[in-house]
Design a protein around this ligand. Structure first.
Ligand code: GSH
Length: 206
C-alpha cells in the first residue's frame, strides 16, 4: 500500500514551500486547507496533531510503522529532500551539497526570517522596526543576483531547496524588486515560476 501523505496548511510562504517540494518530487498527497483567521489551527483535533497550533504539518501514514507527524516547514523540507535521493538537495558526498545547504539557510534565515519579523512589526504598528526589517529583507534578497552569475539556479546547475525558499519570497516581494537592475534574478524567477511543480505548489491552497 502506498504511503498516505497529507499536508495541512494555508496559503502562506511556510506552507507553499512544502507544497512545492511535494509537487517537485511528485509525491502523491492530499492538501487540507485550514482557515487560520477562523482559528482552525487551534481546534482539539488539530492540536492533537500539532500541539504548537501552527501549519504546515505533514502526516505520513504507511503500513510499515506508526504515522510520522512533522511540523516546522524547514524540517519538513529537509525530511522530504532526504527521502528523495539527491533531488532537491545533492547527496551528502556530492561536492555541491554544502553550497546547496548554505544557500537554503541563507534564504530561510537571512531573507525570510526578517520578512516574518516585518510582518509582526507591521501588525503591532511598529513602523520604524517594520521599515528596517523590510529593508534588511530586500537587501539580502537582492544580493542573490550574485549567486546566479555562473549558475542557472541559486546553488548551481540544479534546482534545490534553495530555489524553493527563494521562489516564495521573491513572489511575495516581486512588486518591490528593481527588476531592470537584477536581470539574472529576473531570468531565474521566470524560469522557476514556469516549472509545473512550482506552479502546482504555489496554487495548492487556492
Ligand atoms: N517556524 C514555523 C512557523 C509556523 C507558523 O508560524 N505558521 C503560521 C502560518 S505560516 C501559523 O500557523 N500561524 C497561525 C497561528 O500562529 O495561529 C515553520 O516554519 O513551520
Amino acid at each position: 500500500m502506498p504511503d498516505d501523505v497529507v499536508l495541512y496548511g494555508a496559503k502562506t510562504g511556510n506552507c507553499l514551500r512544502v507544497a512545492i517540494a511535494l509537487e517537485e518530487l511528485a509525491i502523491a498527497h492530499r492538501v487540507v486547507l485550514l482557515d487560520l483567521g477562523a482559528g482552525e489551527q487551534r481546534t482539539p483535533d488539530f492540536l492533537a496533531l500539532n500541539p504548537g497550533g501552527k501549519v504546515p504539518v505533514l502526516r505520513v501514514r504507511s503500513s510499515r510503522g506508526p504515522p510520522l507527524v512533522l511540523a516546522q516547514s524547514n524540517a519538513i523540507l529537509l525530511y522530504l529532500a532526504q527521502q528523495a535521493g539527491g533531488r532537491l538537495l545533492p547527496r551528502e558526498k556530492d561536492p555541491s551539497a554544502p553550497l546547496a545547504l548554505e544557500r537554503f539557510f541563507f534564504f530561510v534565515t537571512d531573507v525570510i526570517a526578517p520578512s516574518h519579523a516585518s510582518f509582526f512589526l507591521r501588525s503591532e504598528g511598529c513602523d520604524e522596526g517594520r521599515r528596517l526589517m523590510e529593508q534588511r529583507t530586500l537587501d539580502a534578497l537582492l544580493a542573490s543576483e550574485g549567486f546566479l552569475e555562473n549558475a542557472r539556479f541559486m546553488a548551481g546547475q540544479s534546482f534545490t531547496l534553495a530555489d524553493i525558499a527563494a521562489a516564495t519570497i521573491v513572489a511575495a516581494l516581486s512588486s518591490s524588486i528593481d527588476w531592470t537592475g537584477h536581470p539574472r534574478l529576473h531570468r531565474w524567477f521566470a524560469c522557476v515560476m514556469a516549472r509545473p511543480g512550482v506552479k502546482r505548489g504555489m496554487t495548492a491552497f487556492d
